[in-house]
Design a protein around this ligand. Structure first.
Ligand code: FAD
Length: 369
């Protein structure tokens, strides 16, 4: 298939996709051959120094088994596990499409990098128990030969969730469930809190839960870069561009109850390249939506939520960007190393940032429907 060329390199550079993987012969021989071919092409084509063939290494491949939309921590994690769990010799082709390689708006790098075991759903506790094991053994998973080890700058520290009189029994029940799932969490009375954290004003606090293991915070940028480096070493391809369209095929099927349903399958993804109005088509078998806060928009591109209201196809993916904020402040007399990751009864959360009495925290705005 003809691939439109989007970006011209400076100078009359005759480069062909895959040039970098040329094997055999010295680079000098190869450069000479390329230069000869360039001359020949120039001599037979009319006009001044033209560039008939360009570097296309920044373009996505024409085919990929899996296309992952979004190269944040979730997209990269999916890529990692797909490659890690593939059967020997399978060589599954995975492409990650990310529109912003600075990640300026990605949740991954805007987050406060906390990991906790204290959740209200057993599934989330299990996910987090697995994740903390992954982080603890990060270099068993993400080491790359001849590269320095990944340093997540992990700070082990418990989360301290505070509850008022009204929320105390819910907190107690949650801790019961978390312990059943295997998390190490304890309950603390206001007196115990005062003894352990003398700097804390416990007015209005009826009960607290404190994580004794598997909690803390780390640098999300280091995790992202570690995952990126690893998946690249495993053969995952990256492309800087924006997924703007899916091309689907439809199959009619009749269910066992005699109902006719139309099944749609995405077979092509259109990637709009940065600084260009053109797109590149990528044929694929599977698309993974890992677009973070923009996942709802990607689902809509695939027709999800566009069917008749009240039907499954008419149900939107309920994910959209919402405002969140995080502040950093300095408090010279503030608590030091012994400070946990505190979540107050009103939703305000904060933790230590480094060792210079800086603190980082925020509060999610009240949801307005
Ligand atoms: C303020 C804040 C604090 C947080 N604190 C914590 C915390 O302490 N602990 C915790 O576990 N979690 C925390 N989170 C949540 C956590 O950051 C997210 O759950 C996680 O980072 C989501 O990762 P992701 O890969 O799904 O999304 P993202 O990191 O947002 O990545 C999605 C990527 O998709 C790309 N993309 C979108 N649309 C397209 C398209 N059409 N084509 C190509 N690319 C596209 C975007 O550019 C983006 O880079 C916090 C979040 C916020 C906002």
């Amino acid at each position: 298939m003809f691939r439109s060329v989007l970006q011209l390199r400076s100078g009359p550079g005759l480069l062909i996709r895959g040039l970098g993987t040329h094997r055999g012969g010295s680079t000098l021989d190869w450069d000479e051959k390329v230069s000869e071919i360039k001359k020949k092409i120039r001599s037979i084509l009319p006009g001044e120094a033209c560039t008939p063939l360009y570097d296309t290494s920044h373009l996505p491949p024409e085919h990929s088994d899996v296309v992952i939309v979004g190269g944040g921590v979730l997209g990269l994690s999916v890529a990692f596990w797909l490659k890690k769990l593939q059967k020997k010799g399978d060589g599954i082709r995975v492409l990650v499409v990310e529109r912003d390689h600075t990640y300026s708006k990605a949740s991954t790098v805007l987050s406060v990098g906390g990991i906790r075991q204290q959740f209200s759903l057993p599934e989330n506790v299990q996910l987090s128990l697995f994740s903390v094991d992954f982080l603890r053994n990060i270099n068993e998973y993400l080491a790359v030969v001849d590269s320095p080890p990944v340093d997540l700058q992990f700070n082990p520290s418990g989360y301290l969730l505070l509850a008022s009189e009204k929320g105390a029994s819910t907190l107690e029940n949650r801790v019961k469930m978390q312990r059943q799932e295997g998390a190490k969490v304890c309950l603390m009375s206001p007196e115990q809190l005062q003894n352990k954290f003398p700097w804390m004003n416990t007015k209005g606090v009826a009960l607290a839960s404190y994580g004794m293991e598997g909690e803390g915070w780390f640098d999300p940028w280091s995790l992202l870069q570690g995952l990126r480096r690893k998946v690249q070493s495993m053969g995952v391809l990256f492309c800087q561009g924006e997924v703007t369209r899916f091309i689907t095929s439809s199959n009619r099927m009749v269910t066992s109850s005699g109902e006719e349903v139309v099944l749609k399958r995405i077979y092509e993804v259109h990637v709009k390249m940065n600084n260009s109005l053109e797109y590149q088509p990528v044929e694929c078998a599977i698309v993974i939506n890992a677009a973070g806060a923009w996942s709802g928009q990607i689902a809509e591109l695939a027709g999800i939520g566009k069917g008749p209201p009240g039907t499954l196809q008419g149900t939107k993916l309920p994910v959209e960007p919402r405002k969140r904020y995080v502040y950093v402040w300095h408090c010279p007399q503030g608590p030091g190393l012994e400070m946990p990751f505190v979540a107050d009864t009103n939703g305000v959360y904060f933790r230590r940032e480094g060792l210079g009495n800086n603190y980082l925290g925020g509060c999610s705005p009240t949801e307005v429907s």
